[in-house]
Design a binder for this molecule. Structure first.
Ligand code: ATP
Length: 279
């Protein structure tokens, strides 16, 4: 599976130009992020990649085939979009029924449906709540139930719209760990829209920064997170720990060799500096 996005422009029917000059690729097995502030175009881009929006200038290829030439059912066998708000996605009475909907629709026998639902609920740590009513789930559980619904269909690619939005700090971390597990162990390719600058350097291989509908930078986190002023110009910021080290380096003259992006990296660099000062 490979996505090649080469989008010249997309405007909503009311004339709002949401995206322009977007070019990037997603290879099989990647876990990449579309990082952008509110209104930068993340949701629109994911909807285009999922074939929900089709009237644009340019092309989005899935394994070399234009997604607009594919039947929705062919796209949805490979690619699943997880909406930002789980209430836009979940619709059945119980968790089991909701997760079973996709595989049933794909024509699997009931025993296979049951096995798929159990595997998917297990993968998202919801095995104990299969019989529960959807509206009794917590927000975080609803988000995981949405992912289970797509896993049960066997998607190779998950497009995730703000998967950590609305979760508490531990919930955010657990969600990122879940996605990392799906990516590493199940081989699911993940494209995630987010503005969680503190989380992404810990988990993502590659980022594309989206600003006012354009991709302005792309690459591994250490290349994409640049100086604070550049991040502010795209209405984002450096991770807090990077901001601290950047200020110590540039405003207080502490000789850090680089700007670490995570607490683990910062800790190593601080210890290295202490050792150098001692010797
Ligand atoms: N149905 C619509 N009709 C007209 N304009 C729209 C529509 N949906 C989104 N837009 C506009 O398109 C632009 C991009 O919106 P989009 O929802 O893709 O951004 P986003 O990065 O996902 O934002 P957020 O982080 O707030 O969810 C915004 O200017 C928005 O107002």
């Amino acid at each position: 599976m490979r996505f090649s996005v080469d989008l010249k422009t997309y405007a909503y029917p009311d004339g709002t130009v949401a995206l322009s000059d977007i070019r990037f690729q997603v290879a099989r097995g990647e876990f990449c992020g579309i990082l952008g502030s509110n209104g930068s175009g993340k949701t629109t881009l994911l909807k285009i990649m999922d074939g929900l929006i089709r009237e644009y200038d340019g092309s989005v290829l899935l394994d070399g085939r234009d997604v607009r030439s594919l039947q929705p059912k062919d796209i949805y066998r490979t690619v699943g979009l997880v909406f930002q708000n789980p209430d836009d996605q979940l619709f059945a009475h119980t968790v089991f029924e909701d997760v079973a909907f996709g595989p049933r629709n794909m024509g699997f026998a009931e025993a296979e449906v049951k096995a798929r639902v159990e595997r998917a609920l297990d993968a998202v740590d919801l095995a104990g709540v299969a019989a529960k009513q959807i509206h009794h789930l917590s927000y975080g559980q609803k988000k995981r139930a949405c992912i289970a619904g797509l896993l049960a269909m066997g998607h190779e690619v998950l497009l995730m719209d703000e998967p950590t939005a609305g979760l508490d700090p531990m919930g955010e971390y657990r969600m990122m760990e879940l996605l990392t597990r799906l990516n590493r162990q199940e081989g699911v390719t993940i494209v995630m829209a987010t503005h969680s600058v503190d989380l992404v350097p810990l988990f993502l291989h590659r980022l594309h920064i989206l600003s006012r509908g354009r991709i302005v930078r792309g690459g591994p986190p250490e290349e994409v997170f640049t100086a604070p002023a550049e991040m502010e110009s795209v209405k984002l910021r450096l991770p807090h720990i990077a901001e601290l080290i950047h200020r110590l380096k540039h405003e207080d003259g502490v000789p850090f060799r680089r700007t670490p992006l995570t607490i683990g990296e910062a800790r190593r660099d601080i210890m290295e500096l202490i050792e150098t000062t001692r010797s």
